[in-house]
Design a protein around this ligand. Sequence first.
Ligand code: ADP
Length: 297
Amino acid sequence: MSIRVTSVSKVYNTQKALNKVSFSADKGQIIGFLGPNGAGKSTMMKILTGFIKPNFGEVFVDEIAVLKNPIEAQKVIGYLPEHNPLYKDMYVREYLQFQASIFKVDKIQIETCLEKVGLKTEAHKKINQLSKGYQQRVGLAAAILHNPSVLILDEPTTGLDPNQLVEIRELIKELGKNKTVLFSTHIMQEVEAVCQRVIIIKKGEILVDKKLTELKENNQQIIEVTFDYKIEEQFIKRLPNIISYKNNYDTTWYITFESEEDMRPKIFDFAQENGLKILGLNTQNKNLETLFREVTN
Ligand code: ADP
């Protein structure tokens, strides 16, 4: 196991940040760590990287006990903290040389890392002359200097413009080919684009931990239907296989079904039986965005 977290709890004074969190990850997985602000994502990442200690629980990275051997553990972890703290007056290559000397990494690695993150042509520039996207690349280069097997990235795409977003996502995907990556984000599409697995956390507890393929394979359909007349809830409830429903505007309903068959013909039959006309009908598969809203609301 690359990452193993067992029953981790953390309280800051009186504020509970994590409550008995457990999960583990095999090598070579990219995991999206999703959750609203204040959910406990950064806290979990700081504990994984040995920067803060939990009140309870254990954390292992590449089977090294982080609490007992933080320095050993940090040798196999690359960490890009939230807000990417860089020395912006330094030149890119100079900054990486500085990082390499602190962490006693062979300087040969610098050129390899610059190449990997696509910074070769910018290496002579001062960090503060670079765009936010390129500054993130500097942070990523610094995080992979010692060729760690686990990468912990705290909101690496926050504040990037749409093009930079795509570039950094591609880079994370590339780096994830031979590393285990845990990265936090609020952006659902990002998880769909980059990850094989998603962990959703809220108020310090894990609500969902699933492979993306599992999430996509469920039998839930959400159908948005607009009738020509307002109808009462008890009529809607007569439809088969309903999990939940919501009435938006008077005549429009969002109905979630659990069924292997397409539920649209059933809605047509229902309308006909009740003397209604369908003015609009949309169907959507349950995606991560709807799942996220459902579990975190
Ligand atoms: P996220 O990264 O998901 O936004 P955090 O891990 O930063 O969440 O925070 C989890 C909870 O712990 C929040 O309620 C936050 O206010 C609280 N918290 C985080 N850091 C501290 C701290 N140093 N002192 C007190 N409370 C904190």
